[in-house]
Design a protein around this ligand. Structure first.
Ligand code: FES
Length: 568
């Protein structure tokens, strides 16, 4: 159990705060004077304080209902005799934050970690949801010295267009692909647009947000059943109230602390769940970053190794056909864990205080009437949903979401067609006279962490000429990421990235590239001495002159190590 003594009756985190204005007595007196101005009397300050990190922003539509979620957490804290105190942090809305939210994940992690440390509180609840917010909060939690729990806003509901069910954001790409291919006209794509994001909440498929919510539950950093209740549901608010109540208990007992929850067994359980849900490739980077902060040795190869005997069980887009509301109705993560039980570390205890085995024992498995959570002996897909590759094009590793790729491209050799960044891609790939065939391998570079903050640009569009001819997938290779809602035969996170002189930087149009997923390789079929010769004339791109971008570029770790800042 925890080394922390936790909240002691008769003391207040406000009195032990380290803000100082001279002598200790004067500092305490001043803190209480200012709090009194906000209505906090001495009796209020006798209670354990639960700090609640709020990430509401008009720029983050996924978090639009956070006031209701916050009220529910506060209700739980007050019911349990605690004092809730909300505080803001950076909010990263995936769609409107340029050039990419990934550039700011570490900044949000620092912000959250430092506010937890700076403000007087006995425990913290972190409210997030959209793609990078949950990873940032997990990273902050891993670096914190008080009990921390996460609560997510929950997924959005699906919409409907001409009788067809749809939702962000796998369908966003599918319909856009149809529009590029000439199947939908301008009016039709506008009318699709009105239905894609039909409610508040996070994307309604197994994208990065849903994946990270499921992994947070599997890691034990969230109360059971918290990953899947829709944002607009009463179940979401009831879960938030339970979280508030439990946070007060953690504040009183002083634990478990994040470092007691985030142990090797927790990460192995999370990787099993990642494989079973066909989760986002982005999770690999985020989980590596959290593990690094928690001091748990973890590497890319662990994902392949642990995932290699964990089949795909959850039928959600982009690997399947369902949506998060289906997964929730089927029992969500708790029901999935009952299926995975033989593969899990069942002694592990998370913030609920119960062991994984105890939680599984009191949970019904997937109901007979549903088909979203499959049974272990009869899975939806084979093991290896995420495959870790290496070879002469990515000596330190790359990743492909095999469960969302085209079977006929899993072993493919073709000539490279190179673009140097996402801005170049549109101009080149929309050219009606582009010399390209379905056998080409599209290569994009200078999109890694150092070059560009690692945007979700790796799922390059199919060249317009081929899209109109009905081609829906090609092999694509880059040092970028892709959205967890994307699909296709897309090799990502090539490490080392082009901007630091990785082999990607010297690929030329027409060079042959071989992808071999069964053998876990991605190779540039150019002789080693020729690659070495080309690399001798490599010139790194110019770096940012100032600000966060400069600090980030100078200190960010490679994707294969989680892309956190090296000093954190
Ligand atoms: Fe926020 Fe997809 S844009 S979760």
């Amino acid at each position: 159990m925890s080394e922390s003594s936790g909240y002691q009756p008769g003391t207040s985190a406000v009195d032990s705060s380290r803000t100082s204005y001279g002598d200790a007595g004067f500092s305490r007196y001043l803190r209480r004077a200012f709090l009194a101005s906000a209505g906090y009397d001495d009796e209020s300050l006798e209670r354990p304080i639960v700090g609640i990190a709020v990430t509401q922003s008009d720029y983050n539509t996924c978090h639009r209902d956070m006031p209701a979620l916050l009220a529910a957490v506060k209700r739980g804290v007050e019911q349990a005799g605690g004092l809730p105190m909300e505080f803001p942090t950076i909010s990263l809305g995936e769609i409107l934050t340029a050039p990419t939210t990934m550039l700011f994940r570490n900044l949000m992690a620092m912000d959250t970690e430092e506010m937890i440390r700076a403000l007087p509180m006995d425990a913290a609840v972190l409210l997030g949801g959209c793609d990078k917010t949950v990873p940032a909060q997990l990273m902050a939690a891993a670096s914190s010295e008080i009990p921390v729990m996460l609560e997510v806003v929950g997924p959005m509901m699906t919409g409907s267009w001409r009788g067809e069910r749809l939702g962000a954001c796998t369908d966003c790409r599918r319909f856009w692909g149809a529009h590029r291919g000439g199947e939908l006209d301008g009016d039709e794509i506008v009318s699709v647009r009105q239905e894609l994001v039909s409610t508040t909440g996070t994307c309604t498929v197994m994208g990065t947000a849903s994946t990270m919510a499921a992994l947070t539950e599997a890691l034990g950093m969230m109360l059971p059943g918290g990953a899947t209740p829709p944002a607009v549901s009463g179940a979401r608010l009831r879960h938030a109230t339970q979280t508030g109540r439990r946070a007060v208990e953690l504040a009183r007992t002083g634990g478990p602390l994040p470092r007691e929850v985030l142990i090797r067994e927790a990460f192995e359980n999370a990787i099993r769940v990642l494989a079973a849900i066909g989760g986002s490739t982005n999770a690999l980077i985020h989980v590596l970053a959290v593990a690094r902060r928690a001091g748990v040795p973890l590497e890319m190869a662990d994902f392949d190794k642990i995932g290699s005997d964990t089949p795909l069980l959850v039928d959600c887009k982009p690997s399947g056909v369902g949506y998060m509301e289906d997964f929730h109705r089927a029992g969500g993560v708790p029901a999935l864990l009952t299926e995975l039980a033989p593969l899990l570390h069942r002694d592990h205890r998370g913030v609920s205080g119960r062991s994984m085995g105890e939680l599984i024992a009191e949970t019904d498995g997937p109901a007979e009437w549903q088909n979203t959570i499959r049974h272990l002996p009869d899975p939806l897909g084979p093991p290896g949903a995420l495959a870790v590759l290496s070879g002469s094009l990515a000596p330190n590793g790359a990743i492909i979401k095999a469960s969302a790729a085209s079977p006929h491209l899993m072993q493919h050799t073709g000539p490279a067609l190179v673009v140097d960044n996402p801005a170049d891609a549109s101009a080149i790939l929309d050219d009606p006279d582009l010399d390209v065939t379905p056998e080409h391998v599209l290569v994009m570079r200078y999109s890694g962490p150092v070059a560009a903050g690692m945007p979700e640009a790796g799922a390059l569009p199919i060249p317009a000429k081929l899209a109109r001819a009905g081609v829906r997938d090609m092999v694509r290779v880059s040092d970028a990421r892709m959205s967890g809602t994307s699909y296709g035969t897309v090799v990502l996170h090539c490490d080392p990235e082009a901007a630091v002189g990785g082999p990607l930087s010297v690929v030329r149009n027409g060079d042959l590239i071989r992808l071999d997923v069964p053998n876990r390789s991605i190779d540039l079929l150019v002789p080693d001495d020729e690659i070495a010769e080309r690399l001798r004339s490599f010139t790194p791109p110019a770096r940012a002159a100032r600000g966060w971008r400069r600090l980030y570029e100078e200190t960010v770790l490679p994707a294969s190590q989680g892309a956190d800042l090296s000093f954190l």
